[in-house]
Write a protein that binds this ligand. Structure first.
Ligand code: GLA
Length: 348
């Protein structure tokens, strides 16, 4: 799928030519899970799959949205129009627009299809209306759209990954200052992403509960955010489950900081395995399916490490794999996963 398809789709659906078109990718997070709303560190990378958006000023002054995947626009509209409203809050004005979306980013799998849509929409709007909006401010506006208009109280990782990330590199992001830099992938390794087949429901899941628990833990420890604690033994001062929630965030930040200093795929993989254990035992956002899939991945000799990626509660797993081995690993892991009674698929 390309930009040509989305402008052709726009013209076919609306019967007029698009005035601007742009795109943005989904992302997979390698390390630093549930750290972004604690002012911590993350390490995502964009995936090849992109969401394309084409738009034009509405000749009838009524805003409309459609997509190749869902012609009545029901699923996409609140994100698209949320971007317009979030931009208007920043005094970035646009007339009513007609918008057409074409996306191959899997929805509901934990690869941030919503951030891809928001960033693609804002890029197309920036182009059409010559907004003065840099890539970091664009990511902030996209996050605002998701929180305020789509009702998901997310952090900034996904929108920053889609806006300033580069394919083939890891984005090391400090979510407090938004300082960021690209770091190379670990040596001799490729990424494999498998869908567990379990759909996530982020807004209705425990995501907001985890956020509230982290905020309560930071308050009890007397710091603005858990990012400000580096000694995990301080968690002993907290009541359960806040002690476990805080320990995950503190140790996860340390794992990201170590990962950006190591080029060794084995060490990097071990940090991913440790991250999964922490998400399962301390943060309690894994599921039996995600535990099974990551365990099966780790049993493959070519796998350096594997973990759930994204918010958890279902969705996808990411593995760091020796070069040239991804197809084989995917096939044997998915066969064993089916034998265990689940149904997964390869996403990346
Ligand atoms: C979702 C949110 C992100 C982040 C992750 C967990 O993807 O959108 O902001 O909190 O969960 O790391």
């Amino acid at each position: 799928m390309s930009g040509d398809d989305v402008t052709a789709g726009f013209a076919r659906y609306f019967g007029l030519a698009a005035q601007a078109a742009d795109a943005a990718p989904g992302r997979v997070n390698l390390l630093g899970e549930h750290t972004d709303y604690n002012d911590g560190f993350v390490l995502p990378t964009p995936i090849a799959a992109q969401t394309h958006v084409a738009l034009a000023v509405a000749p009838d002054d009524v805003r409309r949205c459609s997509s190749a995947q869902c012609p009545d626009g029901a699923d996409f509209g609140r994100y698209v129009f949320g971007c317009l409203d979030a931009a208007a809050e920043r005094r970035l004005q646009a007339p009513a627009v007609w918008v057409y979306v074409d996306s191959v980013v899997p929805i509901g799998a934990g690869l941030s299809s919503s951030a891809a849509l928001e960033v693609a929409t804002l890029r197309a709007l920036r182009q059409a209306f010559r907004w003065a909006l840099d890539d970091v401010e664009l990511a902030r506006t996209a996050q605002r759209a998701e929180v305020r208009y789509a009702g998901v109280n997310c952090g900034i990782m996904d929108q920053m990954a889609a806006s300033v990330g580069r394919a083939g590199a890891l984005l090391f992001l400090d979510t407090r200052s938004l300082e960021h830099r690209l770091v190379p992938m670990p040596h001799d390794s490729e990424l494999l992403v498998l869908d567990s087949g379990e759909r996530r429901a982020l807004a209705s899941s425990g995501y907001n509960t985890r956020r509230a628990e982290c905020a309560a833990a930071a308050r009890a420890l007397g710091v603005p955010a858990l990012r400000d604690i580096t000694d995990p033994s301080l968690c002993r001062r907290l009541e359960p489950p806040l002690d476990r929630r805080a320990r995950h965030v503190i140790t996860e930040n340390a794992r990201v900081l170590e990962a950006v200093r190591t080029a060794d795929p084995h060490r990097f993989g071990t940090l991913m395995n440790d991250s999964h254990a922490s998400l399962r035992d301390d943060f309690e956002v894994s599921t039996p399916a995600l535990d099974c899939l990551t365990r099966l991945l780790r049993q493959q000799p070519a796998v350096h490490g594997a973990r759930l990626t994204g918010a958890g509660f279902g969705g996808a797993c990411v593995a760091l794999v020796a070069p040239g081995e991804c197809s084989h690993v995917a096939e044997s892991t998915l066969a064993a996963y089916s034998a265990a009674g689940y149904r997964g698929r390869r996403l990346v």
